[in-house]
Structures are given as C-alpha cells and as structure tokens.
Design a protein around this ligand. Structure first.
Ligand SMILES: [Zn+2]
Length: 246
C-alpha cells in the first residue's frame, strides 16, 4: 500500500510537470506561438479554403508523383524546398514553378546547427534564394524555417531578407514514420478548418526518404476535402502577400 501510494505520489507530479513543460514549450515554440512576432499559421476562416504545403523536397520519385496527383486534380500547392535537395533534382523544382505551384525557401541544408548563429542563418537563406533564382528564374517571397524554429533573431533575419515567414498545421504527427495513407489522410482531414495551411512532407529534412504513403494520402485527402466543399489555394493567396520578390 505504502509503496503503491508512493508511486502514485511520484507519478502525479511527474505527469503534471511533463504536461506543464509540454504546454509551456507549445506556448513558446509551437507552430501557432506568436510570442516572438507574427508567425502566420492560417489564413482567414470565412471561406472553405485550404493551402496544402510540402516541405523538404524535391525528393524523387515522390515529388514527381505528388505533382502528378495534384495536377490530375487541378490543385495548386506550395512547396518549401531545401537547397541541397534542389541541387539534386533541379528539373523537379522547375516543374513546380512551371506547373503553377508556388515555390518557397526552406533553408539550404536543413541543419539544426546552422541556426546557431545569425550569419549562418542569413547564409542559409541567401544561398537558397540564389539557387532557386538560378534554377527557376523566380525569387521566392515565402520562407518556412526548418522545424518551424522562430526564435526572435531568426524572425528578424527573415524579415531583413524581405521574406514572409510561414507556419502552418502539421497534417499528422507521425507522418515522418509513414503510417498507412488512409490513416495519414484521416488525421489530416480531422485537422483542416477553413483557412488552414496544412504541412506535409515530400522529403525528410535534407535526407530524402520514402514518402509513398504521403503521396497516396494526398490523393485521398484532396478528394475528401472536395466532398466537404473545400477549394485549394496557395499560401501567398491565402495570406494576401506576393509569392515572389520582384
Ligand atoms: Zn523541413
């Protein structure tokens, strides 16, 4: 009895402490935290519109398959691509732009340590901007920081490059582990509300990886959202900002 009571006495504060820590983390660093400055995660909620976004590509053959899926359904999406991945598959990055999708910057190396200092952060942004321009002829105006890291000096560096920072809602917390497409789609469907900016991944950081289930899930998700009366837009349109710098 005493032992059981001791465990209970120990477990309850531990769980409470963990919950408080998780809540505090979310308030400060979460995808919806505005503590360090504007960090838009959604557009206006007065219309059943959703912006699908894809991070960490291009990553073949998945990005091509995704583009086929979207193009078959006449859906335009926003792609936040990583510089080193663009170097591997520049033709796919061109296809994104030529296909009427919007291209955004998602750093050069997707390396956490590159966020340690301001000059490195600036270099990550600038190298990717130059590469995307050389590859496609457009200069993205949208930037999504890796891991949605939005510490004050990260946000100020993004602003100093005249870029619009973009957050969003993760489609599914387990997407990285590629659960079955139906599960991914159902999870995403439960999170979409009018004005959502939904985050999916056609790659994994700068490492590529299998994204077969994500590709399948997107087809299911688009069809089900249409059944519910949703239309699809790009992040720039949803937020009322230009997609590219002049
Ligand atoms: Zn990423």
């Amino acid at each position: 009895m005493r032992r059981g009571g001791g465990i209970r006495r120990g477990v309850v504060p531990f769980l409470t402490g963990t919950a408080v820590t998780a809540l505090a983390y979310r308030q400060v660093f979460g995808s919806r935290s505005q503590l360090f400055g504007p960090f838009p995660f959604a557009g206006p909620d007065d219309q059943r519109e959703v912006a699908l976004t894809f991070d960490d590509g291009p990553n073949e053959p998945y990005t091509s398959q995704l583009l086929d899926t979207l193009d078959d359904r006449g859906v335009a999406a926003t792609f936040f691509q990583v510089g080193v991945c663009v170097q591997r598959a520049p033709a796919i990055t061109r296809r994104v732009v030529e296909g009427g999708h919007v291209l955004g910057n998602h750093s050069f190396s997707h390396s956490f340590t590159r966020y340690a200092t301001r000059p490195r952060q600036r270099d990550e942004i600038d190298r990717t901007q130059a590469l995307l321009y050389d590859t496609t002829g457009v200069r993205p105006a949208l930037y999504r920081p890796p891991w949605l890291c939005h510490l004050p000096w990260v946000l100020s560096t993004i602003r100093s490059r005249r870029l619009q920072v973009v957050s969003g809602t993760f489609a599914h917390p387990l997407e990285v582990f590629q659960p079955p497409a139906a599960l991914l789609a159902a999870g995403a469907l439960g999170r979409v509300v009018p004005g959502s900016i939904l985050i999916l991944h056609d790659g994994r950081e700068a490492r590529g990886g299998d994204r077969q289930q994500t590709v399948r899930a997107v087809g299911l998700l688009v069809d089900r959202l249409r059944d519910r009366g949703y239309t699809f837009t790009t992040v720039d349109r949803l937020l009322g900002v230009p997609p590219y710098l002049s």
